[in-house]
Write a protein that binds this ligand. Sequence first.
Ligand code: GLU
Length: 415
Amino acid sequence: MNNPYQNAMTQLEKAAKIAGLQNKIGPLKKPMRILKANLAVRMDDGKIKKFKAFRVQYNNFRGPFKGGIRYHAQVSLDEIKALSFWMTIKTATVGIPMGGGKGGVIIDPKKLSPMELEKLSRAYVRAFYKYLGPNLDVPAPDVNTNSQIMDWMSDEFNKLTKKNQPAFITGKSLEFDGSQGRDTATADGGFFVLKEFLKQLKISPKKITVVIQGFGNVGANMAEKLYQSGFKIIGVSDSQTAIIDPKKKGFNYNLIKEIKSHHGRIDVCVRHEAKYCKIVHNHLSPQKIVEQSCDLLVLAALENQITKDNVSRIKAKMILELANGPITPKADQTLWQKNITVIPDVLANAGGVTVSYFEWRQNMKKENWSRAQILKKLKPIMIKALKRIDKIAKKYKIDLRTAAFISALRQIIKK
Ligand code: GLU
């Protein structure tokens, strides 16, 4: 069921049909190259363990393949194919001169020691480095990978190629040629889009109740921005737990952040810590978080969160997709009929790859841009993309995702 690659292809066909591009999308129906490897890692106990790894290079018509590498127990080739296709659409949606790629390793990184994690990350680069490089394919972080992992990978690539090429990978730490603002870029980009969208509807943040699914890098940064701007965060979840504010007064972001960083989970009341129990909240299962009533639902976890099975129970008025592929095509259709606006992943979370592109440019030109410069460049890119898409959506009377796909397809198959 919910095969993300099939879902991605359904989205592609739908957009191509509306735009009259059916006979031009052939090259986008399959990846240009699929790389697979079995990474051998010597574990701390001395035993060798093998981990399945992928890199999918979907399309490079507009520039080098670009996209993150995820570490997750449920990674599959079809998932990585879908994600690399969405990267192709995403880079074109925001108009940065890059294509789409994605990588993954089937592993629960929480089960590895730091040393094992480093060995795994270096093994990934050794397996694929001949196909990677600043003008070929530029990886980045994704689910469960971070700047430390990018630094290891960058170092391994430099050793193997005997050259210092920081533009080979983005999302590095500042110490190792990373960019200012990359860590918060996905949330920053999503926030620019959201604010512009609300401005057009003349809605003030103060009135908006928000539920956020996911409290990793993207979800937590977005929560912070929303909280600081006066939005009321009435529900939050991570992969294990979820809390909801029955009085809809809104949580204090700083407290939730503190709880999460001390305990690795959001609902510590179960551990009877009086200080935290002052936060009035009800617990619920993380799966139920998307079904809570609110003005805005922010999806910042994984794929396939809203499907035909739960879409009838969605009560949000608007959805912002910071994760990739969280809504299936069937669910999309129902949300459209229910008049629930979805700001789609290929636009809403494109701030991450856009600032990755800025990092790549800085590395190529040996420059260092300030955080203020980064945000100043990011904002108009996100807003222009939203306006372009909104125009297409209004013209064809279609949802924003299909409009984004049409906008992207016109860029990709121009040549
Ligand atoms: N993993 C992020 C995404 O899905 C960022 C990719 C990148 O920076 O290349 O968009």
